[in-house]
Design a protein around this ligand. Structure first.
Ligand code: UDX
Ligand code: UDX
Ligand code: ADP
Length: 505
């Protein structure tokens, strides 16, 4: 007999918490869902007609439920008090300082949200870890909710060494809030940006991790009922806490590894005369490999892949598994190499210098159909071009101009935007970006850049000659575009211009 959830609170109204809990409310009209956040502007936006996040289908979901059983509020305490089940869906950026800087996740937000729950709660709560967090975070959360008044310096930096923590049933835990029970679950989210609503409506699986105790299994069953509002029971998987936490990191690491593997092969294709699209297609037909996530690119971006792999690397190192750490780290290094390699190709095709040349950068978002630029390969490329003293004109259909300046500024350097603007400009459309340019570099796979959509004849006429296009996303029909007169260089295909050696032809 497990608890039937009547009221849910979600702490953190971000990319994950917002859409996920909106869908939960939409599919469970009998459950009251309150999404809380400290950021008042963000909550105001969720309560307005201009939601703070763009996702196809999100507007409809929110409009159909908001004010009925879905609420957005800044009153975190009230949200916690009322709920039977609380999602913790706060941000977990990579640490920039201290132990594990550049690798470990900053769990400060998770810690403070968890502490808040421990402090405010007056009845039993099921606490669900929803942020992407390193393996064994649930253990820390359990420790915090059971010892609210303890000052835990080491948790801010998240040590995976939870051996140092008292074990279950220790005196500290027993002495916490004597009549209140907190059950911690892990319930990782697998949604991708741009397809969040359809990923939530039709998930491949829902993962729920719990302690293998009666209380743990019962809490998991309560959460499973919430998802059963729209997900088939056999797609709701329960497992132990650590497996569930690690599965999230592992899934992202495996996906990123596929891209790095295909990108490593793209380098071989360029040097030999093989075509990466043909190789991907051929490999993907093997049902053991499968066709998805085999598109060569100038590099992967986004807020998850790199962060999660670095978490995995840090975890491996903390567990004294250096070979494992090195193995996964290579996935990120290959990604960096791909960006450098593509830049070198641009430079070498443009007669070994970019000084004073104009480069049109098509696309700044980390993938198509989003305005998100986190870890976008375009940022790295533009910075390389700047170092080579090129002038850069950027066009992206969705990215805000102010975001570009923020991304290009070095962290910590006081407003150098004016300096950057001497070299970089933002164009209103692709034609403006390309006018007078020596080369176009396609960084994002927007459909808008396809030769079936853009007037490349017009673009060609406006550019310096020879006019180059570097397709970093394999979206152009190279043959068609080169018939216009362009010199087309495609990632994962051999060079077409100024090839020194004909050995491989
Ligand atoms: C392999 C390829 O599968 C085949 O397509 C190619 O033509 C030849 O190489 P084979 O070597 O006969 O075939 O065996 P395979 O079944 O692929 O297994 C190779 C090794 O991987 C075995 O030692 C197997 O035990 C191991 N393996 C396989 C795992 O450790 N884990 C797995 O999930 C799968
Ligand atoms: C990813 C995971 O897909 C999702 O399950 C997880 O919850 C969060 O991280 P997201 O970062 O939104 O989602 O985007 P995704 O579509 O996975 O793409 C990530 C990056 O890989 C993008 O830069 C994309 O352009 C690149 N990519 C993807 C490739 O270069 N080639 C491919 O074949 C696929
Ligand atoms: P994600 O992509 O993981 O959803 P976001 O950064 O988009 O991450 O969202 C996380 C949200 O969590 C932010 O809006 C932030 O204001 C909120 N947040 C962080 N810490 C707390 C806290 N202790 N209480 C309430 N909200 C918090």
């Amino acid at each position: 007999p497990h608890v039937t959830i009547k009221s849910i609170c979600c702490i953190g109204a971000g990319y994950v918490g917002g859409p996920t809990c909106a869908v939960i409310a939409h599919k469970n009209p009998h459950i009251k869902v309150t999404i809380v956040d400290l950021n008042a502007a963000r909550i105001a936006a969720w309560n307005s007609d201009e939601l703070p996040i763009y996702e196809p289908g999100l507007d409809e979901v929110v409009k159909s439920t908001r004010g009925k059983n879905l609420f957005f509020s800044t009153d975190v305490d009230a949200g916690i008090l009322e709920a039977d089940l609380i999602f913790v869906s706060v941000n977990t950026p990579t640490k920039i300082k201290g132990i594990g800087a550049g690798f470990a996740a900053d769990l400060g937000y998770v810690e403070s949200a968890t502490r808040k729950i421990a402090e405010v709660a007056k009845s039993d709560k099921i606490v669900v870890e929803k942020s992407t967090v390193p393996c064994r975070t649930a253990q820390s959360m359990r420790y915090i909710v059971s010892t609210p008044n303890l000052f835990l310096t080491h948790l801010g930096s998240f040590s995976t060494n939870t051996d140092a923590l008292p074990t279950r049933g220790s005196q500290l835990e027993a002495n916490a809030k004597p009549d209140i029970h907190f059950d911690i679950l892990s319930n990782p989210e697998f949604l991708a940006e741009g397809t969040a609503i359809s990923d939530l409506f039709y998930p491949d699986r829902v993962l729920i991790g719990s302690l293998d105790t009666e209380r743990g299994r019962s809490a998991a069953a309560s959460l499973a009922d919430v998802y059963a509002g729209w997900v088939a029971r056999d797609q709701i998987i329960t497992m132990n806490l650590w497996s569930s936490e690690l599965s999230k990191l592992a899934a992202n690491a495996l996906l990123a590894q596929r891209i790095s593997s295909i990108n490593a092969l793209s380098a071989i294709c360029e040097a030999t005369g093989a075509d990466i699209d043909e190789v991907s297609y051929a490999c993907g037909l093997d049902t053991r490999i499968g066709p998805k996530f085999l598109k060569a690119s100038v590099g992967f971006g986004g807020s998850c892949f790199q962060k999660d792999i670095l978490n995995l690397v840090y975890l491996s190192e903390s567990l004294h598994l250096p070979e494992v750490a090195t193995y996964w780290k290579q996935v990120v290094e290959m990604n960096e190499y791909q960006k450098r390699r593509f830049t070198n190709r641009v430079i070498s095709c443009l007669f070994n210098t970019l000084t004073g040349k104009k480069i049109a950068v098509f696309g700044f978002a980390f993938k198509k159909d989003t305005g998100d630029t986190r870890e976008s390969p375009a940022i790295t490329l533009v910075n390389y071009f700047r170092e080579e003293k090129a002038y850069i004109s950027i066009y992206d259909p969705k990215v805000e101009e102010s975001q570009v300046w923020m991304d290009l500024a070095e962290p910590g350097v006081v407003d150098e935007t004016e300096v950057i603007k001497k070299q970089v400009s933002i164009a209103a459309d692709p034609y403006e970006a390309a006018a007078g340019a020596d080369a176009i570099v396609i960084c994002t796979e927007w459909n808008d850049f396809r030769e079936t959509v853009l007037d490349y004849e017009r673009i060609y006429a406006s550019m310096k000659k020879p006019a180059f296009i570097f397709d970093g996303r394999l979206i152009l029909d190279a043959k068609k575009v080169s018939e216009i007169g362009f010199k087309v260089e495609t990632i994962g295909r051999p060079r077409t211009t100024f090839v020194q050696s004909k050995d491989f032809e």
